[in-house]
Ligand binder design. Structure first.
Ligand code: ZN
Length: 111
């Protein structure tokens, strides 16, 4: 299947600030891992061990927290792939056909 530029760009947007969507998903895909046929391209949201937290701050010190552990600090956190550690994770709650590797490859080629 071929994908339009608009479809690819729209799908790519689901990789960012996606904590809410990823956590609502039954399964997630990393498009870098899928496109490169790495093992573990598909995983459950519970497998994510790190999140990027653009607005997260430590409650005690007020210091900015860029990365947290398995719990995102906000709905706008960005999931990090537990395998390749890139922020290229899409959850199935996005409504995107994440099991279609042609889409994941198209995104990987475009970005
Ligand atoms: Zn990955």
């Amino acid at each position: 299947m071929t994908w339009t530029e608009a479809q690819i760009v729209q799908a790519h947007e689901h990789c960012f600030e996606n904590a809410q969507e990823v956590q609502a998903s039954a399964q997630c895909a990393c498009y870098f891992c899928a496109a490169n046929e790495l093992p573990g391209a598909y995983f459950e949201p519970g497998a994510i061990t790190e999140w990027l937290n653009p607005a997260g701050r430590d409650a005690k010190t007020g210091a900015e927290i860029l990365r947290s552990g398995s719990k995102p600090l906000s709905d706008r956190a960005t999931a990090i792939c537990p395998n390749c550690t890139f922020d290229m994770v899409i959850g199935d709650a996005s409504g995107l056909p994440i099991t279609d590797r042609s889409l994941l490859s198209a995104i990987n080629e475009r970005f």
